[in-house]
Design a protein around this ligand. Structure first.
Ligand SMILES: [Mn+2]
Length: 430
């Protein structure tokens, strides 16, 4: 296949039927913002320039450790995953890149894969390594850890895999490696907590040494799961200490679900940026832990507050501001394309609301210790309904006014159910 997967004519007729309503609502919002001294066209231009990467693994139905319930027409390999991600990009116009995961997305010809993605209107974002599960034919098991394993042969295998991911990423046009390891313990006494971190740092330094110029290594921390007593990079403190020891190319990646309950994640964003270590962000939502629910579905206010800190960071870049934004979700009970469309809109919507915040008023209130007016400055941004602005930006970029509605009308999944082989049962997010 070449070109976008859905009929552009169908999108245009969908939009034409909705144009008058969108224009009317957009004009109304424009007048409301104008009265607050905000130029809607400027906000729309910033929204049009925003993007977030899709996870290749997010295009399939996820699962829990209990079960996975596949749907007909799910993608079964990276080629089909790219097709589905291209549908999301074609309709949303904010997801032009895919973050691949290896070895799940392995192919023989990466130059060909890059061309295939480009023909679909996609590029590649950060590459993700996987040493949290064993693969068929693998020489050494990761059952007792990977980058922290006590057996040097296991550590060498895990390091070599990460370096292979960098080499693949270079062929795909990527410039970042995201490293999350499941290494940790389930029992007190299982490991020497200091020595396992030493082994991690030694392994990570070997990977770091293989980074090409212009590349970054993003360290993703996670408090628990699959290890339930300790994990080696458990929190942002461990992450920034490791990144600082590794060097300038190492930065921290914040996943919204990878914290203790009730942790102030927006403050972590501000902290990491303060020390030049905010490298990336994994968007999802959660109620209890690493639930990997759809972005903005549980706590949209938190998503807004995260973007508020990201905009503060961008306005005060210190040593630089270039976080890699990615969705990282597990779509267990929905059509993954619909979840990614809904999530992409929630993310860009939170960004738009943060853009609408009157920063001069916010900063003035902060300087004067005017608590209520500082809060109200944020509140006015948050309560603004940016739906017409997002719809107009999508429409102007060739996307769909109502992306999920058009996706359903396109019959994409039913068509793929005829073409694609069924995926297997079983647990896990693959
Ligand atoms: Mn993540």
């Amino acid at each position: 296949m070449s070109g976008p997967p859905l009929s552009q004519d169908q999108i245009e007729s969908h939009n034409a039927a909705r144009l008058d309503a969108v224009q009317d609502e957009y004009d109304g919002l424009g007048r409301a913002l104008d009265r607050r001294g905000i130029d809607i066209a400027r906000i729309k231009a910033q929204v049009a320039a925003f993007s977030v990467a899709l996870p290749s693994w997010g295009s399939g139905r996820g699962g829990t450790r209990f079960a996975k319930f596949p749907i007909a027409g799910e993608p079964t390999d990276i080629h089909e995953k790219l097709e589905d991600c291209a549908v999301v990009q074609q309709l949303s116009r904010v997801t032009p890149r895919v973050s691949p995961h290896f070895p799940w997305d392995k192919v023989d010809d990466y130059a060909g894969l890059r061309q295939e993605a480009a023909a679909l209107g996609l590029g590649f974002d950060a590459v993700n390594s996987n040493t949290f599960q064993d693969q068929p034919g693998q020489a050494h098991s990761y059952r007792s850890g990977s980058l922290t394993a006590t057996d040097p042969a296991v550590r060498a295998q895990a390091v070599a895999h990460n370096i292979e991911c960098i080499e693949i990423g270079a062929q795909l046009g990527s410039s970042a490696l995201t490293v999350w390891v499941g290494d940790g313990t389930n029992f007190p006494g299982q490991q020497d907590l200091g020595a396992s971190l030493d082994r991690y740092l030694d392994s990570a330094a070997q990977i770091y040494a293989a980074l090409p110029d212009g590349w970054r290594m993003l360290l993703e921390h996670k408090m628990y799961e699959p290890a339930f007593y300790s994990t080696v990079i458990s929190d942002w403190g461990s992450s920034i200490l490791a990144a600082q020891q590794l060097g300038d190319k190492a930065q921290c990646l914040v996943d919204l679900g990878h914290h203790a309950p009730n942790v102030n994640i927006e403050q972590i964003v501000a902290r990491l940026h303060r020390f030049g270590k905010l490298g990336g962000f994994h968007f999802n939502d959660s109620k209890y832990g690493d639930d990997d629910l759809d972005s903005g579905s549980i706590n949209p206010h938190q998503l807004f507050l995260v973007f508020n800190e990201l905009l503060e960071a961008e306005a005060n870049p210190r040593g630089g501001f270039n976080p890699a934004y990615m969705i990282d979700q597990s779509h267990n009970v929905t059509d993954p394309i619909e979840s990614m469309l809904s999530s992409a809109e929630a993310i860009v919507g939170a960004y738009a609301k943060a853009l609408i915040v009157d920063r001069a008023a916010l900063h003035a209130a902060q300087a004067e210790n005017d608590v209520m007016m500082g809060f109200q400055a944020l509140r006015r941004g948050y309560r603004t309904d940016v739906t017409p602005l997002l719809a107009m930006a999508r429409l102007e970029a060739g996307g769909a006014v109502d992306a999920i509605d058009l996706y359903r009308a396109s019959g994409w999944r039913d068509r793929k159910a005829q073409e694609r082989r069924p995926v297997g049962l079983g647990a896990g997010i693959v």
